[in-house]
Design a protein around this ligand. Structure first.
Ligand code: FAD
Length: 411
């Protein structure tokens, strides 16, 4: 096994695999390190916004995505209690492929990780990163490959793409101490024969949480959402012995007519899966010399379904910045200073591009989760459903992605 790389990328979700593809193609030696074996299910609403479809082309997986994904999502519905408001989703700017579509993460993430390997990245999987030591120009990563003891690899540059729901093992104790009632726990289940129109994206609002439903690939519906820790605890207290997924499903069927109707004739496929705690926010500026992409850089409340967009787009922002300066970033004489300078530029670009989405998503999430706010907003939405269309626009769904044009034909 090769033990030394130009770049080590921690995590093969969309952010990590996209970064690996872009760096490997530009000639970097890349280790893409992923803890789990693929394909694997992942808690996610699985909707990919239209603004990313050109990026998928540039990554070499656009055609396969088009072949496998569910129908174009042209309408959004907001469901609360027995009420529903339906509005058009805004189309993207491209003439073709103007709407987002959904693809199960077991397929989406595998497609991207396979493309990274095909581009030349060394895929270490399943293999967990235990610690990252050293600094720019001379990192050491302690890895635990499945079935083998421990291995240490060296990398000049490190990209953290391990998401936000699983801290690196060395950070676990820190997170365990800081649990709060406002922490969110996320859930997902898949259903066959759910009664959801193929072009509709129903968004759910309920006390202490929010969620969404969609028909993804192969007609399989995804139901995913987030519930505050205090609400989850109360639900579990009322149904002792039941799993967290079972109490969430029972609550959604009881409190949300749209879910009850959609699932009336449906059968669940596989168990509920859960993750968390989620703490949306920015995670940059940690001073450790590590570049962060995707959720590891910052997480928007998933009510807006923009996490995959931010994962892919942050990978392009980073690759555009560092690919042109590879020599200085990797040379033993200049790596430390050059990487720290590039990190400052990258983090400023990240904030300019994404910080606004986090703020918009936080406003939507708090309105959706708090009954008094949701009740106050409802008459407005009923009267002007176009506010939902505008909301999707504010959350970044149709924002042009400048890299899309620059990388056309790169695959
Ligand atoms: C309920 C819910 C619904 C959502 N719906 C949508 C939606 O519809 N559309 C959308 O765009 N976004 C949605 N999101 C957000 C989206 O899922 C995330 O933003 C996205 O997965 C982030 O991608 P990533 O590559 O940064 O991280 P991840 O997808 O989390 O990938 C990180 C990878 O790193 C690996 N890893 C972790 N620790 C280690 C380690 N120590 N060593 C090696 N590997 C490691 C993990 O196994 C994982 O595969 C939703 C989120 C939730 C919670």
């Amino acid at each position: 096994m090769r033990m030394s790389f130009d770049a080590a990328i921690v995590g093969a979700g969309p952010a990590g695999s996209a970064t690996a593809i872009l760096l490997a193609r530009a000639g970097w030696s890349v280790a893409l390190i992923e803890r789990q074996a693929f394909p694997r299910r992942k808690v996610c609403g699985e909707c990919v916004a239209a603004s990313n479809l050109a990026l998928l082309d540039a990554l070499g997986v656009g055609r396969e995505f088009d072949r496998r994904a569910g129908a174009e999502l042209r309408r959004v519905a907001l469901l609360r209690g027995g009420d529903a408001v339906v509005a058009a989703l805004p189309g993207g700017e491209a003439k073709a492929r103007r709407w987002g579509r959904a693809l199960g993460r077991e397929q989406f993430d595998t497609l991207l990780a396979d493309a990274a390997e095909a581009a030349g990245a060394t895929r270490l999987q399943p293999c967990a990163v235990q610690t990252i030591e050293g600094g720019p120009g001379a990192f050491r990563l302690r890895l635990r490959p499945s079935g083998v003891g421990e291995v240490t690899i060296a990398a000049s540059l490190v990209v953290a793409a391990h998401g936000s729901w699983e801290p690196l093992p060395a950070e676990r104790d820190e997170q365990r101490e800081a649990r709060a009632a406002s922490d969110l726990f996320a859930f997902k289940a898949n259903f066959r024969d759910a009664a959801i129109a193929a072009d509709l994206l129903p968004v759910l609002s309920f006390a202490g949480g929010y969620g969404g439903m969609v028909v993804a690939d192969d007609g399989l519906a995804t139901l995913a959402g987030c519930v505050r820790a205090d609400r989850l605890q109360a639900l579990r207290g009322a149904l002792p012995g039941a799993s967290a997924g079972a109490v969430v499903e029972a609550m959604l069927r009881r409190e949300c007519a749209g879910v009850r109707d959609a699932l009336a004739g449906a059968t669940r496929v596989g168990p509920w899966i859960a993750s968390g705690p989620l703490r949306p926010g920015v995670r940059l500026g940690q001073g450790d010399g590590v570049f962060r992409v995707g959720n590891a850089a910052g997480e928007a409340h998933p009510i807006v379904g923009e996490g995959i967009s931010m994962a892919l787009q942050s990978a392009f922002v980073l690759a555009e910045l560092i690919n042109g300066d590879r020599g200085r970033l990797l040379s033993s004489a200049s790596a430390g200073a050059a990487q720290r300078r590039a990190l400052a530029v990258y983090e400023a670009r990240w904030r300019r591009r994404f910080a606004h989405r986090l703020r918009v998503a936080a406003v939507f999430a708090h309105v959706a989760m708090r009954p008094a706010l949701a009740r106050a907003a409802w008459p407005l939405l009923r009267r002007w459903p176009a506010v939902l269309t505008a909301g999707a626009r504010w959350s970044g769904k149709t924002r042009p992605v400048p890299e899309a044009a620059r990388w056309v034909g790169a695959a």
